[in-house]
Design a protein around this ligand. Sequence first.
Ligand code: 5AD
Ligand code: SF4
Length: 468
Amino acid sequence: MNIPNIKEARKRSDKEVSYIYLNQEYDNSAFKNKKYFLRTYGCQMNVHDSEEIASRLESLGFVPGNSIEDSDVVILNTCAIRENAHDKLFGFLGRCKHEKEKNNPDLIIAICGCMAQEEGVVNNLLKNHPYVDIVFGTHNIYQLQELILNRNKKQQIEVFSCEGNVYENISYKRESSIKAWVNIQYGCDKFCTYCIVPYTRGKQRSRKSNEIINEVKQLKKDGYKEVTLLGQNVNAYGKDIDGELSFAGLLEEVSKTGIERIRFVTSHPWDFTDEMIEVIAKYSNIMPYIHLPLQSGSTNVLKQMGRRYTQEEYLELYKKIKDKIPNCAITTDIIVGFPNESDDDFNETLKVVNECKFDGAYTFIYSPREGTPAAKMDDSISLEVKEKRLQELNSLINNYSLESNKKYLGREVPVLLEGISEKDSSKLFGYTDTFKLVNVSGLKDNIGKIVNVKITDAKSFSLDGEIQ
Ligand code: 5AD
Ligand code: SF4
């Protein structure tokens, strides 16, 4: 049993990262045709982890189920950042408990993801939710099969609060056959004062560039059209390995594989180099789209957040990107109601939004995360004020999203069609190079292709168009 420990999770040492080449084989008749139900909350990192989890379950013989009620194992991959994370976890557990007590005493219930890394959450599960069989952390996914095979009456908790290693030879059951996630870096060392990620995901550690390039080459061979390079701070890629490529160098090499579309998330404004901007501008298969979290427009709040840039520096970078990469779309993340954010501070955020006119933004009300420095700060701002600010910000953001989308009206743009639209089954959906969602009428055999689409209507969150 390994229980999470926030003090351990906070540690950063000079200990070298181990690169571990997994060679795991399992008897795939162990759970032949038993069903699994896997629900995922949170960011792309979690979505991609779930692709690994699904592959591990299938290596034991499990097949996908449709619900908690028709499954033999249920796994909830949790997020510690998004709103209502706790409510979602305990709501899900309530349903699982009911099912196990009333209908299926053999149901295996497992919890993983960022909340599994939180001391308070795991202690609560141990004390109050004995029907949960397995809790495994973000560093422990490789142990999943063993945990299921060796389960017994006792709860099994395997959560390392370590700086972390890098595992290779991981199999994924990818959700799409058109676009794929590719990890380039794990963890984060930025320690922004509000953020739990450096504690839940360990220290910043890069994968070796040759492994990344080989993965992209294989994906291309398998017919994938797009890869998204994943990391908490992709611009810091390679800094933790002597002699490794920089992120700009990596992008260039990935571009040379000839895969049709390359995206990357997330960039930190702090170490975004001119070289990166040049490379993105130079190669046509690197998409002109950057997610550049602002968090706050107030230099004072940015300082309290530990973000390492000022309002002026953010704006300067923003302008440089817009100047050098024609047609580049930029989206952002903004937190309102950081402890003691004044009206003036909030107005600075509005000012930056008015200057940047972002293509889109994810907005959040600050919520304290146990163990982070900001959670200890006094806060004199009421929730009511924070909610009002969020509303004001959202309506401004939505206006600019609509404005930026309207610029596409009448234009013809390349769109990678990904599937049938969820809202209207007579339509297909896809994304422009600038990551605008487009709904189009058209035949299914266009799915997986990049087609020219003429934009006929623009809304705040999507475009409509016709295949040319
Ligand atoms: N409260 C509110 N929003 C947060 N984010 C991260 N931590 C918190 C928090 N404690 C937001 C940031 C980040 C995004 C993924 O989530 O804006 O960029
Ligand atoms: Fe969190 Fe900051 Fe790291 Fe992003 S850069 S994951 S906000 S600590």
